[in-house]
Design a protein. Structure first.
Length: 204
């Protein structure tokens, strides 16, 4: 239990300490205090030149994760581009197949149209109604050409088993088409129907 004497001694010690601090503060100017504050603030703002090992590990893991995600994204983009390309190719094949089926069904009508024009009587060629039909015929052929349908060239051409079907032979240069018996057609290089032809047998 403290006595009054002990309390008095403590008070004297406090007064001595305070007096010592006041003496020290007298020797310190306001500029010195401000400079000291700035110095301390500068030290706090400086980055740690040697970050802890854990920070390096975290940065390495983050970089690895970013690389993995980038590679996964690149693979997804490549897969999507390949899928789009395959889809467009399949769609193009489907459209071409559908058009081929339609054109194959139209070929007999085209044949009949040609025969009608070829066997048109001379006295009807100047008829206005017939002229209109002939214009429709020409327009029809041009429309077919625009969508990729072409008549196979025959007469005077060497026999091509991919495009010509030789039915008979006759006097003329060997293996050269000398007469077209039935027209043939191709659609974008695909043979819809080979041309039926007569070829030379090499005799004169």
């Amino acid at each position: 239990m403290s006595t009054k004497k002990d309390d008095h001694q403590k008070e004297e010690q406090k007064d001595a300490i305070n007096e010592s601090l006041r003496e020290k503060v007298k020797d310190v100017s306001m500029d010195d205090l401000q400079n000291k504050i700035k110095e301390l603030e500068g030290k706090d703002a400086e980055p740690d030149a040697t970050p802890p090992v854990e920070t390096h590990c975290n940065a390495s893991l983050q970089e690895q994760k970013i690389n993995e995600l980038s590679e996964a994204l690149a693979r997804c983009v490549a897969d999507m581009q390949n899928y789009k390309r395959r889809s467009e190719e399949e769609r193009g094949k489907w459209v071409k197949f559908a058009n081929t089926e339609l054109l194959m069904a139209l070929i007999p009508t085209i044949d009949n149209f040609h025969r009608s024009v070829e066997h048109l009587p001379e006295d009807l060629k100047k008829n206005d109604w017939v002229k209109g039909i002939l214009q429709i015929h020409d327009h029809f052929l041009k429309t077919l050409e625009k969508i990729g349908v072409k008549k196979i060239e025959c007469v005077g051409k060497p026999l091509d088993l991919n495009q010509h079907e030789a039915l008979i032979s006759g006097t003329g240069e060997k293996d050269v088409v000398i007469e077209e018996l039935e027209a043939g057609y191709v659609y974008h290089e695909q043979v819809l129907r080979p041309a039926k032809v007569k070829v030379g047998d090499g005799s004169k």
